[in-house]
Design a protein around this ligand. Structure first.
Ligand code: ADP
Length: 400
């Protein structure tokens, strides 16, 4: 069963077509600068050359039309007709409290997603544009929404409520939701498989460390706590996001700099994190190069990032009471071996021992990076959100 997986951002769209039976990726690519001039389209069939071309795409529908036309192109396409796409899985950011799992899209689901726009004003409208465009171009194909927040809906109230008057939860649903759920779900399942431990009787901490970063405490396969909150700004220090801070700072800087809270939120989302600390870059590769050349601020940014991750792992050990495995994933978690080493060096109190050689050798692939006698297994598990979306979509449409 071929499934098209769509991940729409406000001006970009990533796609993969996956055979959900063999789990093979038939083709993948991206549309960039949608709604902006000089758009870029890329397409890579599994057994062929990557194609890139400049093409203006005024909206998501134009972009998706180009994707579909390419998939069925007689020369470079990977399917014969659009009928071979049995369903479309849409990555969707915010499902609020409505969605505890991936869901077949109908009018009611769209209305509920619209009601969540306030909670994710940048992401949900883009996700909805992608859904509407696909519905228009493939009116008879079932569509499934896979929510970043759904996996975390198992968090207990003590983990998701903030220490503010509860009327704000009652009136506005202000609470912690968490994100990267598809990734945390995939990586925890894969970790249990990889280590040959039963997921239903496991305690795993997954560290999704990319541009955006979050950590999740997973008990018996269920999220019981995660570091992002109402929005993806809370928790770890990220590429450009501040993560946790004293909320009084917002008002203080607004007063001192004579800026609005909107401008301040932009600083916290786009100009903070390791970019803000280093004054240099949000990319950990740049920071490592700078540190090696003697840049003290880059060194400090990396160390501060690692320290925050370690502190969260410590607190999630308390949440889980004991921990079987810690898994690293996403761009930094999968590749940045020195950062992993720095994080683990804080965790000796857990009886964790890093296998230095395995850690250096495990870059962008699955592996165990702790020693055989380490009290907790530490793994690298590359995430695969697209595959998880394809699996969920297949499971839902199979029963239609
Ligand atoms: P996103 O959150 O955008 O999906 P990714 O998970 O792809 O991000 O992570 C991107 C980040 O991963 C980059 O900004 C960079 O900091 C980091 N990264 C990627 N490759 C490496 C590498 N080889 N070494 C260190 N860091 C890396």
């Amino acid at each position: 069963m071929d499934i098209l997986v769509i991940n729409c951002g406000s001006s970009s769209l990533k796609y993969q077509i996956i055979n959900a039976d063999t789990e093979a990726v038939l083709a993948s690519g991206m549309c960039d600068r949608i709604g902006i001039s000089e758009g870029e389209f890329s397409y890579k069939p599994a057994n062929g050359e990557k194609l890139s071309k400049k093409v203006d795409m005024k909206d998501h529908e134009v972009a998706i039309k180009i994707v579909l036309d390419t998939l069925i192109d007689p020369q470079i396409g990977v399917i014969n007709s659009l009928d071979e796409i049995k369903a479309v899985g849409h990555r969707t950011v915010h499902g609020g409290e409505y969605f505890t799992k991936s869901t077949l899209i109908n009018d009611e689901v769209i209305t509920q997603m619209e009601e969540c726009i306030d909670l994710a004003p940048l992401h949900n409208p883009a996700n909805l544009s992608g859904i509407r465009a696909c519905q228009h171009l493939m009116p008879n194909t079932p569509m499934v929404a896979v929510f970043d927040t759904a996996f975390h809906q198992t968090m207990p109230p003590k983990a998701f409520m903030y220490g503010i008057p509860s009327e704000y939860y009652e009136k506005y649903k202000i609470r912690r939701y968490g994100f990267h759920g598809t990734s945390h779900s995939y990586v925890s399942k894969r970790t249990a498989q990889f280590l040959n431990i039963p997921l239903e009787n496991s305690r795993i901490i997954t560290c999704h460390l990319g541009n955006g970063s979050s950590i999740c405490a997973i008990e018996n396969g269920k999220s019981i706590d995660t570091s992002m909150g109402l929005t993806p700004l809370e928790g770890l220090i990220m590429g450009t996001r501040s993560g946790d801070l004293d909320p009084a700072i917002v008002d203080y800087i607004c007063q001192k700099e004579n800026i609005s809270t909107k401008e301040m939120m932009n600083i916290l989302n786009k100009k903070s994190g390791v970019l803000g600390i280093s004054g240099l870059s949000s990319d950990f590769r740049d920071l490592l190069t700078a540190e090696e050349a003697g840049n003290e601020k880059a060194k400090f940014a990396r160390a501060t990032f690692a320290y925050r991750v370690a502190k969260y792992i410590g607190s999630y050990t308390a949440a889980l009471t004991t921990v079987d495995a810690i898994s690293f994933c996403a761009g930094v978690g999968e590749n940045a071996k020195f950062i992993r080493g720095m994080i683990i060096s804080h965790l000796q109190f857990l009886g964790i021992k890093l296998d230095e050689k395995a850690n250096l050798e495990t870059v962008g692939k699955e592996g165990i990076v702790s020693t055989p006698d380490s009290k907790v297994k530490v793994c690298v598990i590359p995430t695969n959100e697209e595959l998880m979306i394809a699996r969920d979509t297949r499971d839902i449409v199979m029963n239609l």
